[in-house]
Ligand binder design. Structure first.
Ligand code: CA
Ligand code: CA
Length: 203
């Protein structure tokens, strides 16, 4: 795939995206035009992606979170987001079904991609999310949620796990569906805000 120029949207990708997202052919063509305008190379690099987060969240330390989100969207792990990965990400974060979103959240938390989540992985992502909360917001947090360690412990205890246990995908999704409080601690909704800003920019 390396340096193939993607100036036209292939029929294959178009069909696949139509099937897997809510977008129509017209919408996909429009997205594609604006995607190429922003990224003439047809690919978003990790640095560009981190830059987008940094510009939208000047008061936060967004680098770690942006890096993890990028990894979870870069499904073929080639270090860039192509149009297909971009649209799937857009669909997931803005309008995807809850289960799909939770599958995505699982992949975000499964940092090493081995199919299970360890306590270390929870700690790593929770810390990245915590860094997105501005300093004044951190001060207002309840006592048992005001550090990344406490938040990770709270999540881990909810799943009823010992330190060396692992969480499988099904267990993760069910657990989060059963407990909105855990969902609140585990997720960060800002990708939605970023998408909204990107849309504003294009209007
Ligand atoms: Ca990729
Ligand atoms: Ca893992």
């Amino acid at each position: 795939m390396g340096n193939s120029k993607s100036s036209a949207l292939s029929k294959e990708i178009l069909e696949e995206l139509k099937m897997n997202t809510k977008y129509t052919e017209e919408e996909l063509f429009t997205w594609y035009q604006s995607f190429l305008k922003e990224c003439p190379s047809g690919r978003i690099t990790k640095e560009q992606f981190e830059g987008i987060y940094a510009s939208f969240f000047p008061d936060a330390n967004s680098t770690d979170y942006a890096r993890h989100v990028f990894r979870s969207f870069d499904t073929n792990a080639d270090g860039t987001l192509d149009f297909k990965e971009y649209i799937v990400a857009l669909h997931l974060t803005s309008s995807g079904k809850t289960t799909r979103k939770l599958e995505w959240a699982f992949s975000l938390y499964d940092v090493d991609g081995n199919g299970t989540i360890s306590k270390n992985e929870i700690q790593e992502i929770v810390k990245a999310i915590f860094n997105m909360i501005p300093a004044e917001g951190q001060e207002d947090l309840p006592d048992d949620e005001n550090t990344p360690e406490k938040r990770a412990d709270k999540i881990w205890n909810y799943f009823g796990k010992e330190d060396n246990d692992k969480i499988k995908e099904g267990e993760f999704i069910q657990g989060v569906l059963d407990n909105k409080d855990i969902l609140r601690l585990m997720q960060y909704d800002e990708p939605q805000k970023i998408q909204d800003k990107l849309k504003e920019k294009r209007q």
